[in-house]
Design a protein. Structure first.
Length: 370
């Protein structure tokens, strides 16, 4: 197949391109090369495979798809602004790129149909993950209150104040949209599935959890918690952790993610469905930071645990990946420890501008950090 990857010059897109090329497909990338990810010069990234055809234009530009969809058999839609915190004060930008950009793609596909469309969704649309109460029943959890958070009571409790137990989150958990970013990713997912059904384009949504690996934009504070930790360490600074560091997340190697996209493109029975793509391992943020320090050989650095809370943050969310295993024949193959060792090898040759302080200041000045 000839596959168009929107946002394909970024971190995940470059690995999807490599995966597709390795299996005999040809790849065209449509990417605006935004400065936040690619730097002020907005040049073709060195890590992008030489056999990838790059169209450096914005997904929202009029007539951009006249050429980019030419002779294309399938589309992987990754183009998006990324960052839950940033989305709370750049609402117009996030809505324009993520929502309107997706609408532009779908309008083009209505007259240039393809054999398959795979959209990158996000675990952020779940909000809090799934919980059980003491009786073992699933419960819809209330949002943690500002009063509770100011008191340092971090764990999610039911309406009677009883503690709840986090369990793996499956795809049937109702969305709980805690940020503009989460809303926009949910919109991307639903828009693609709705348009796909209307125009008989087999469409698949992959709900990606915290993805890490080589080619991450280390100088952007919005590309993922592990890359943020790594960027701090590269600058001889301590990783900064919110709350008490015991919140649980699920980290997945970008190599496993790239394989999931390839399998989604070749699995007809996946059409119309959403799939969690992650490791299925629940890891605390503190444990993740310690693994980063260990893999980079910097156990001399002490973690900074702030006891502060950011607007839109959740307590626990980790994945149930059984549906992807059953339908896509996909399973995660890279344990977190091994994946971070691989990441450390790549990091050894990297430099980074640490913008974490700048990002925290943006939240604080707007009252978005408790």
């Amino acid at each position: 197949m000839k596959v168009l990857i929107t946002g394909g010059a970024g971190f995940i897109g470059s690995h999807v391109a490599n995966e597709l090329l390795a299996h005999g497909h040809s790849v065209r990338v449509l990417d605006s090369l935004i400065p936040q990810v690619h730097g002020p010069d907005r040049q073709r990234p060195a890590y992008l495979h030489r056999d990838v055809e790059l169209i450096a234009r914005d997904i929202r530009e009029p007539e951009v798809f006249e050429g980019s969809l030419d002779r294309v058999d399938a589309v992987v839609h990754l183009a998006a602004l990324v960052g839950a915190g940033q989305s709370t004060y750049r609402m117009a930008d996030y809505t324009s790129v993520n929502n309107s950009g997706t609408a532009c793609l779908l309008e083009a596909l209505s007259t240039h149909p393809v054999e398959c469309l795979v959209v990158a969704s996000s675990m952020s649309l779940y909000g809090e993950g799934r919980y059980r109460n003491r009786a073992g029943d699933f419960v819809n959890v209330p949002e943690r209150t500002v009063r509770q958070l100011k008191m340092g009571v971090w764990e999610v409790r039911d309406e009677r104040g009883e503690p709840l137990t986090p369990v793996p989150t499956a795809e049937d958990k109702p969305p709980s949209l805690a940020s503009i970013y989460a809303l926009s990713k949910f919109d991307q997912e639903r828009m693609c599935l709705i348009a796909g059904a209307a125009y008989e384009i087999p469409t698949v949504s992959l709900r990606l959890f915290n993805t890490y690996g080589p080619n991450q934009a280390l100088s952007s504070p919005y590309t993922g918690v592990l890359s943020n930790f790594a960027s701090r360490v590269l600058n001889d600074s301590a990783p900064v952790i919110y709350e008490d560091g015991l919140q649980k997340r699920d980290f997945v190697s970008v190599y496993d993610v790239a394989r999931a996209f390839r399998l989604a493109l070749k699995t007809p029975s996946a059409a119309g469905q959403c799939f969690n793509i992650s490791s299925g391992q629940a890891v605390t943020v503190k444990e993740a930071a310690q693994l980063v320090l260990s893999s980079m050989g910097r156990t001399d650095i002490e973690l900074v645990i702030t006891g502060r809370y950011r607007e839109g943050d959740i307590r626990h969310c980790f994945a149930d990946t059984s549906l992807a295993r059953k339908v896509l024949g996909w399973e995660p193959m890279m344990p977190v420890e091994e994946g971070l060792s691989d990441l450390a090898i790549w990091l050894a040759g990297q430099t980074s501008v640490d913008r974490a302080i700048e990002a925290r200041a943006e939240l604080a000045v707007r009252g978005l950090m408790v």
